[in-house]
Design a protein around this ligand. Structure first.
Ligand code: ASP
Ligand code: MG
Length: 468
């Protein structure tokens, strides 16, 4: 069994879908399951659709008809004229349903997360129906399934958590027997029967759930870039696609900003040791990046450098913290209660300060929550007012080869120091697989380039970077 996932740009229009068909035809695997994202931009358009309807903006109707034409055009180019009636009828019906739903939002002035998820799910429902029919007409008989019948989640509609046990059982027991299955990514259903979605970018995760349940020999994720890069090619032109990574390295790089992979995708693959390859639909000859339990040994200690911008750095400090238990707990609880995700934590060993990094957009909210939590201590002068620094960036270097390898952090820090780049805070994960530093955003791109030159330019046979 081979599971393949094609992202939004790979199904963006008839031309891309033809390319996908030719990729599939080359495979001679007897059992395949293809997961697709919504056509490129469609999820964003569906979000504006419900936003418009909810704010009494009647132009939602125009948007709806734009979306309908986009899908109809793809059908017209992919399916012979004489056989378009059936699929066009089905797509029309789906659009009438969506129109009713939007009218409901418009009239009722009510927009729950459950309704948002229902609207967002149309993107993958439509793209999978079209891809399945296009396959049919290009010599690839297949069965279309609805992932909502197999993936069970909780009621956190927009970022639903998957019940793995139930999901794997449904997939193993109830998926139809066929040589080729086509399934929508992203969409799922709660135990009480409501449509949910797995979080933005979640189609990768859908594919990895199918791969794990069916014990696939390989999961291929096809997008519009040649795999995972040594760093963001928009920040460092010298970046190139990495040939092999371990699951852990890929996970660190994905969490730290490599947009090619939705971070939760890797976890289901690890237990079953299913390798994952990232490939480019528009450059299929390129090897891409292979992610597995045992990547080929590499001379490189550092495999990738990631950079997240738009970070706010918050610090609490003061003599009143020294030796007092519970300060960190209170700080984290205050931000957690606001559902704010923390990227980065450090505490000075003298316990006089704790610094955290989080999304800049949430900086003010977090500062307020922490200030409220410690209001008494600040008033008594035990703690200083919470400091907020923006715009900051987190730059991280990642690689299994850094484990037990002295000197890498030293090289990185002295390089930055020699170039007058000030490091605001440093963290190394206890796994030693990642070292991250917080810098002013003004310095971050320069730091990425310096580190990239230092750790990668010495490699003799490096592939050339191409970015679609
Ligand atoms: N269509 C969804 C999104 O844009 C899921 C995906 O493409 O993976 O977030
Ligand atoms: Mg994606």
């Amino acid at each position: 069994m081979l599971v393949l996932k094609f992202g939004g740009t790979s199904v963006a229009n008839a031309g891309a879908i033809r390319q996908l068909i030719s990729i599939l035809r080359e495979k001679n695997n007897p059992k395949m399951l293809v997961v697709v994202s919504a056509m490129s931009k469609v999820t964003d358009l569906l979000i504006s659709l419900y936003q418009k309807a909810a704010t009494h903006d009647v132009t939602y109707l125009e948007l709806l008809s734009q979306l309908e034409s986009k899908h109809m055009e793809a059908i017209e180019e992919l399916v012979p004229m004489s056989q378009q009636i059936d699929i066009k009828g089905r797509i029309k019906m789906i659009f009438r349903e969506l129109e009713d739903l939007c009218r409901g939002i418009y009239l009722l002035d009510e927009l729950s997360d459950s309704t948002k998820a229902r609207v967002m799910a149309y993107g993958e429902r439509l793209s999978s129906a079209i891809v399945s029919v296009a396959f049919q007409h290009h010599g690839l008989p297949n069965i279309l399934v609805d992932s909502r019948d197999f993936i069970q989640t909780d009621n956190n509609y927009l970022n639903a958590k998957v019940n793995l046990k139930a999901t794997y059982a449904f997939m193993r027991d109830n998926l139809p027997q066929a040589d080729l299955l086509v399934a929508p990514g992203f969409i799922a259903r709660s135990a009480d029967g409501k449509t949910t979605v797995l979080g933005r970018g979640g189609s990768d995760y859908t594919a990895s759930l199918y791969a794990a349940a069916l014990n696939a020999e390989l999961l291929e994720i096809w997008s519009d870039v040649d795999g995972m890069y040594t760093t963001d090619p928009r920040k460092a032109a010298a970046a190139y696609s990495i040939e092999e990574l371990s699951y852990e390295e890929a996970m660190e790089l994905a969490y730290f900003g490599a947009k090619v992979l939705y971070p939760p995708t890797i976890a289901p693959l690890v237990a079953a040791k299913i390798p994952l390859v990232l490939k480019n639909t528009f450059n299929p000859a390129h090897k891409g990046t292979l992610i597995s339990a045992n990547p080929a040994p590499s001379a490189q200690n550092v495999k990738g450098i990631s950079c997240i911008d738009h970070i706010a750095v918050l610090t609490i400090s003061g003599s009143g913290m020294v030796g007092v238990p519970g300060v960190a707990m209170r700080m984290f609880k205050a931000v957690a209660l606001e559902c704010i995700n923390v990227y980065f934590i450090t505490q000075s060993s003298s316990e006089q300060s704790i610094t955290i990094g989080l999304a800049e957009a949430e900086g003010e909210k977090a500062a307020q929550a922490i200030t409220e939590e410690f209001a008494g201590d600040i008033e008594q002068g035990l703690l200083n007012p919470v400091s907020v620094e923006t715009p900051m960036s987190i730059v991280a270097i990642v690689g299994n080869g850094m484990v037990q390898q002295p000197g890498i952090a030293g090289k990185a820090f002295s390089l930055l120091g020699d170039h007058n780049i000030n490091i605001r805070a440093i963290a190394q994960g206890a796994t030693e697989r990642i070292i991250s530093v917080v810098l002013n955003t003004n310095d971050a791109h320069r730091a990425v380039n310096l580190l990239h030159d230092r750790f990668f330019l010495t490699v003799p046979e490096k592939s050339t970077a191409t970015l679609a």
